[in-house]
Design a protein. Structure first.
Length: 72
């Protein structure tokens, strides 16, 4: 499975290279929609807890974020 960064970089490539024809525009739109759906699946997989209680540590530069998700 591709990572979030892989999908985002491919979306940036699509934006940087505009289509040259109408059919190219349709193909680009379909590819963009597929990439966005895949990105949603990847992000939902990351955010869904796999057990009754799940801990996740995320680091952004100098900051560390601790997240605990529990089911009621």
């Amino acid at each position: 499975m591709r990572t979030r960064d892989d999908i985002l970089s491919e979306l940036l490539e699509l934006k940087a290279n505009p289509p040259k024809s109408f059919s190219g525009s349709i193909a680009k739109t379909q590819k963009k929609n597929a990439l966005i759906q895949e990105l949603c699946r990847v992000e939902n997989t990351i955010l869904q807890p796999t057990s009754d209680s799940e801990h996740q540590n995320v680091q952004f530069g100098d900051f560390e974020i601790n997240i605990k998700i529990t089911k009621k």
